[in-house]
Design a protein around this ligand. Structure first.
Ligand SMILES: [Zn+2]
Length: 101
């Protein structure tokens, strides 16, 4: 079993910060878009079982890297919020604008 620990770490961060990120839309699709975009921009940290995610997460606590992860998340949240791709907003964007994912 191969898991990218960053996926769970980013989901937790998004959960923690979503009220502060001024998101245009908070539907599951937009949340997934934010996570996908963020994960494409951070170094993956693969582990072989779920328990090991906690070790990876612990290694980020109280470190500058954690702050930089939050900054990355905020940047990606802004990109998605500027142009949400979910059904609620889809009619307002054309295909070219979907290129960020
Ligand atoms: Zn949405």
């Amino acid at each position: 079993m191969i898991i990218n620990a960053m996926e769970k770490i980013m989901l937790d961060l998004l959960d923690e910060y979503k009220d502060k990120l001024q998101l245009t839309c908070t539907c599951n699709e937009c949340m997934d878009d934010i996570i996908a975009l963020t994960l494409n921009n951070v170094q993956p940290r693969y582990v072989t079982n779920k328990e090991k995610i906690m070790y990876i997460k612990a290694s980020y606590v109280d470190k500058q890297e954690m702050t930089s992860l939050v900054v990355k998340l905020a940047e990606c949240a802004k990109i998605v919020s500027d142009r949400p791709l979910c059904k609620t907003y889809q009619k307002r964007v054309d295909a070219n604008e979907m290129s960020y994912l």
